[in-house]
Ligand binder design. Sequence first.
Ligand code: SF4
Length: 351
Amino acid sequence: MFKDWYELAEQQLNGGVLSREDAAAILAAPDSEVMDLVAAGSRLRREHFGNWVKVNYLVNLKSGLCPEDCHYCSQRLGSEADVLKYRWLPQEDALEQARAGIAGGAKRICMVASGRGPSAHDVEKVATMVDELKHDNPEVEVCACLGLLREGQAEKLKAAGVDAYNHNLNTSESRYGEICSTHTYADRVATVEQAKSAGLSPCSGVIVGMGESDDEVIDAIFALRTIESDSIPVNFLMPFDGTPLAGTKLLTPLKCLRILCLARFACPDREVRMAGGREMHLRSLQSTALQVVNSLFLGDYLTSEGQAANADLEMIADAGFRVLGSEESISEQPDVAVRRRGAGTEVAPNA
Ligand code: SF4
C-alpha cells in the first residue's frame, strides 16, 4: 500500500497532528487506494460523529450587486452571470425559506448576504430575523455569512442569538491575490478571529478546483486547522459563465474524495461539509463522501440549483446515515418544498 491509511487513522484517533508529508500522501493516493483511504477516514468520522449527518440550509438574504471582485463568484463586481439580483429579501420571505429548510431536516440555517460587509442597519435586520426564527425554533442553529465584519458587529450578532459566523479563507495565503484584489487573505482571517472573539462558532472553509497546487490545498486546510474552524465547508468550484474562472474544470470525483479525506484527517473532530459543487464534481461518489464528511447543504445553493432536497435525504438514508436532530426516519419526513432560486452555477458568496 502507498501508505497504511488505517495506521494513519489510528494515529489521528490517538490525538495525532497530521504532518505535511502525510497530507501530501493523501492527495497523492493512487486511484486504486482511494476507497481504502475513505474507509480509514470513515473511522475518524464515526468516532466523532457516529452515523449522523448535519443538514444545513442556505437563505440568500441579498443576491448579486457586490462591489468585490472574487474571481469564483457569480455576484462579483461586473459579473455577467445569469443570477438573481436583489437587495434585501423581505423578512417574511426569508423566514418562510428558513422554515422550509427546517421542515426538511435542517439543523442549521445559514443566512447569507452578498457584499463586502454588513452595515449597522444590516446587522439590525439580521438580528430581528434571528430573534423571530429562534422564538419558534429554539433548537435550530443560525449561522450568519455577511462578509467582512467591523468592530462590534460580531458581538451584536452574538447578542441577537446568532450561533456561528461563516467566512471562508477559500484558498492559501500565497494564492489569495490570484482570486481577489479588493480584499486580502489577512482581512478574511481578521473577520474569522473577530467572530471567534465574540463567542461565535467559526465556520470557515475552502473552494478547490481554482488551479491551486496540492501544496496550496494543504496550506489552506492547515490554516483552517490553525484558526480552529469548527465547521469546514469544502466547496468545489462551479465555473460560472461571465466570471474569470468560467470554463475551469480541474477536479475529478476521486480528487474531490482525496481533498475531503485531507480535511477529515487534518481536522478529525471538526464538522467537514461537502458544500457547493458536490453534484457537479463528486457526481456518483457523493454518497461515498458521506463516509468522510458529516455535513451538507440541503437542496439549492445561493444562486444555483443543487440536487433536489428529497434526493439528498434519500441519499443519506440509503447510505445508512441519519439526519442530525431527526427522531423520525427519513421516509417519514414530509416532502421538502424547497424553493428553487434560479439559474446558474455558483458556490457560496462570502464563502
Ligand atoms: S464572494 Fe462575497 S465578497 Fe466576494 S464577490 Fe462574491 S458576494 Fe462579493
